[in-house]
Write a protein that binds this ligand. Structure first.
Ligand code: SF4
Length: 296
């Protein structure tokens, strides 16, 4: 049996250790693997089974097995940081590698007098409290007064704050730092990016070829809007969105219907503005403000 293996960047260095347990006929994917949205379909076509590591299923594909990769951490030390916040009604969220301990954390915090929400979101996520950079549905109808994000960095925590409208704290489960999240710089940056598109008329509407990011119908509807508003527009199919791939294209700016993190995290890498579908609608005066781009 031939086996394919897809690893995120953080695990690629361990490829020998991981592959040696999978038999002698193993092919490793060298493509990007930012999420389960990013399945290597070309490798899947040439193997009997594809092991996709460290993400949870987004789309159902036969012969794909998702292999979890959980990171252990000290619940009591995380809880100790949370006990210092003033809010007592909280919701818990985490990225996938830290989700496995949220239920235990909930029990510990409830034992300390907190009321704790821990809910599973849409079909795009698997575990209670799990969030993705493109999906915060675990916070849908959140009743808590504050949200605790357990994970690295602040990207997901900022997204959670904008999505839920709640106060958000990010607790790093490895070094136990607690950050009080402030979204104002992020929001200012997004309005600035939209303002750079004012008066521009040639728009490239990017559609990701990655199966869990592909939003062709959305792109087609945005193209229609662009044409109705006197712009020139083309839909562009693209895998990894890089500045090198865009450099020869004749557009003044881009609307990215693929992974929202490209617009939010990587916008500085592109010579032209790259905005989200919601931001494009705001540019066209079809929305009163900027909202978070989500993939359901
Ligand atoms: Fe993560 Fe982006 Fe894929 Fe969503 S679309 S799962 S944020 S890589």
């Amino acid at each position: 049996m031939r086996v394919g293996v897809q690893l995120p960047d953080g695990l690629k260095k361990k490829a020998f250790e991981i592959c040696e347990n999978l038999g002698s006929d193993v092919i490793l994917s060298g493509e990007s693997c930012y999420g389960a949205c990013d399945l290597d379909l070309s490798l899947l076509a040439d193997v009997d089974i594809l092991y996709h590591y460290a993400h949870t299923e987004i789309l159902k594909f036969g012969r794909v097995v998702y292999v979890p990769y959980f990171v252990d951490y000290d619940i009591e030390k995380v809880a100790e940081r949370i006990r210092g916040i003033p809010e007592k009604e909280i919701a818990l969220i985490a990225t996938v590698q830290y989700c496995h301990k949220l239920s235990e954390l909930k029990d510990v915090l409830e034992g300390s007098g907190f009321t704790v929400e821990l809910k599973k979101g849409s079909e795009r996520v698997k575990f209670p409290g799990q969030v993705l950079g493109c999906n915060y549905s675990a916070l849908r109808d959140c009743k808590a007064s504050a949200v605790i994000f357990v994970g690295d960095g602040t990207f997901h925590a900022i997204g959670a704050s904008i999505y839920s409208g709640r106060k958000v704290y990010a607790v790093n489960p490895i070094n136990f730092a607690l950050i009080n999240i402030d979204t104002s710089d992020f929001i200012k940056t997004r309005y600035l990016q939209v303002s750079r598109c004012v008066g521009l008329s040639r728009v490239g509407i990017l559609v990701s070829t990655k199966p869990g990011q592909k939003r062709l119908n959305l792109a087609l509807s945005l193209k229609k809007l662009a044409l109705e508003n006197g712009m020139k527009a083309l839909v562009v199919y693209i895998g990894d969105i890089t500045s090198e791939k865009l450099v020869n294209l004749p557009f003044d700016f881009y609307v990215n219907t693929g992974c929202p993190r490209i617009s939010y995290d990587d916008y500085r890498k592109f010579g032209r503005p790259i905005i989200t579908p919601q931001e494009f609608e705001y540019l066209l005066n079809l929305r009163g403000g900027i909202e978070l781009d989500e993939i359901e």
